[in-house]
Write a protein that binds this ligand. Sequence first.
Ligand code: FAD
Ligand code: SIN
Length: 519
Amino acid sequence: MNIIHLETSRPVVVGSGIAGLTAALGLGDCLVITKSQLAEGSSRWAQGGIAAAVGDDDSPSLHAADTVAVSGGLGDRLVAELVTRSAPERIEWLESLGARFDRSNGALTLGREAGHRRHRIVHADGDGTGAEVMRALRAAVTERPEIEVWNHTLALDLLRRGSRVAGVVVRTRDGRLTAISSPTVVLATGGIGRIFSRTTNPAEVTGDGLAMAIRTGLRIVDPEFVQFHPTALDSPVDPMPLLTEALRGAGAVLVDESGRRFMVGEHPDAELAPRDIVARANWHRRNQGGSVFLDATHLGATFPDRFPTVFASAMEAGIDPRTDLLPVSPAAHYHMGGIAVDSNGRTSRPGLYAVGETAATRLHGANRLASNSLLEGLVFGARVAADARDLHESMDSGAPLVVPQSTFDVDSQDDAETMTALRTTMWNHVGVVRNATGLDQAAATLECLAPRTGVGPISRNLATVANAVVGAAKARTESRGGHFRSDYPSLDSTWHRHTEIMPGPEPTVVIGLAERVVA
Ligand code: FAD
Ligand code: SIN
């Protein structure tokens, strides 16, 4: 098949969330491609805020210690120190771009979330942090003419030349297939939440970067570690509206159908126990036919000002949180696993960086501390840009450009019913609590669905990622962090290690190039 060939020496950034735009601003002259509009993705929905040790009673080392403490033994202390040390400067940088964080008497107002021993969550408009940060980043990018943005452009697969990644094949807004060859590609495509039917993640978050990396044979780590948020508003809305953990930090409590505060008996930190513990407690009650509610009525008339985003979603669902209990369900929220990268965001293949939720930096291990992921995108986005700017590797222009053969098997359309079947299976069998029978059932269903998932660009990615999650979840015969197996409910010290997958790259084809454009 002939496709348009665009050749550029500029880096190509795939994705325009916090990680992609931070990288783009650091790179300067680059091309950003994004599947919907600039700045859409999870980042703009972030509520709680950005963790940074800026309080008088706090320090980056305390923040790093809290990060590692919840990580199920797999968080890397050096990475945690690197990230937490950079946090105060990253907040200043966002402010220099025009982001307005909540302040009182001139000082940043700091919230608290589960696992943090200090108040250290910097936020904006109460629970509107993501929207404000992305407004500032989008404005900064728009003011930089050397950053070119292609909206409504879907990255399909990575291009390779020999062992290097050498660009990306995209479908542009007008439906044309274009091979963009470039010496540097930055994948910033976000997480995988949409492989589950119950998720807080918006429509864009379908694991595309991870799926492309798997097809290209990159090193992947810990795909089984998915974080389930304990308090999504239990409603048929997709994505499920998040009820920020900051509500619990501000004194909201979880109660069962009889009004009993069940977390008190489960963990010394009760509602502010690590997220995986609260999510499982919620799941168990609901699974036994009970109901779980968040009671934030103590906030009374202050609710709309302090948590305007949550207030709006609750009212839309017909619940007034000033007076009524909020029904809650766990929901897939964040992916700790991803494309393995080093401390500069380099992947296992030259020419390719990964940053943000699609990358696995070893910061979070098996469980992420709340509000550490926007921070990770800010810190690693800047590091990727600095590293890529200094890199002057030349491509082996003699080798042919290849793409996975299956790139050409996909149509432009996805089948909604097939995707629903996949997502429901993943929620039912690979969700908060897993076991061998359920995982086998999920694997069998994915196999049955394969002829149908393989034909849509997004369903193909959902299936690739779902298979990786199921495979690793089957292999890890223990419980750790976000991965809980009812048939192996304890931590097993022999599993005190990362799961690593290095898939063989899929069969490739040399692409035939039609028009050739040099940019
Ligand atoms: P995203 O922001 O998801 O951006 C991914 C980008 O890639 C998007 O622009 C998307 O369109 C693009 N893309 C994807 N696939 C393709 C493709 N094939 N081709 C082209 N473009 C593509 N974390 C915190 O630290 N604090 C919080 O308070 C917080 N609250 C959250 C609340 C909600 C509701 C959610 C869902 C998450 C929250 N998180 C929070 C997690 C955090 O928002 C994410 O981990 C983080 O924003 C990920 O940033 P990112 O840049 O990696 O990805
Ligand atoms: C929340 O506000 O509860 C989400 C914070 C996060 O996921 O980091």
